[in-house]
Design a protein around this ligand. Sequence first.
Ligand SMILES: C[S@@+](CC[C@H](N)C(=O)[O-])C[C@H]1O[C@@H](n2cnc3c(N)ncnc32)[C@H](O)[C@@H]1O
Length: 176
Amino acid sequence: MPLDVINKASAREKSIRHGHPSTLHLWWARRPLATARAVLFASLVDDPSEHEDKFPTPEAQQAERERLFEIIGELVEWENSGNEEIFANALAEIKKSVGEDLPAVFDPFAGGGTIPLEAQRLGLKAYASDLNPVAVMINKAMIELPAKFKNQLTNLSAAIAARKVLPMIFSTTANF
Ligand SMILES: C[S@@+](CC[C@H](N)C(=O)[O-])C[C@H]1O[C@@H](n2cnc3c(N)ncnc32)[C@H](O)[C@@H]1O
């Protein structure tokens, strides 16, 4: 695993103040998104040594491994969190190993929701639960509700942009 690049991206997240789940609600045991993203990807994508038919020599396997590490390196960058091309590419790599029938990810101790959020971002079905009702609320707000109302929100944003809807709720805080 390209640990240096994963560690660097994970450490950098501590200082990100815009758009990061840590700004939604304080959670004392929040795990870095970059680490979860890398671990989920690496758990699902086979090491090239599993496919000696395609990569028969140690050199060919290492070259393929380096290519996969580059994908991880791109994935873990915070700025790439919304990059559809990079995530589509990552999902295509996952499908090469697991097929079209993607496994779901279940985090029974989801806490701040890092693992289900990143599973969902990678295109997997994500399940989360927790003993603590605050954690359940964070997961609902961050994972369940945005996915459920994604299309309505897109339509609403487009309507606001086209001035078909008056953004009353924002009018006291934002300058339209
Ligand atoms: C270290 S935190 C999880 C961190 C989380 N993976 C993240 O990325 O933010 C452990 C979580 O396990 C939950 N927990 C502890 N015992 C539990 C139990 N018996 N059943 C369900 N959740 C439990 C705690 O409420 C806490 O949110």
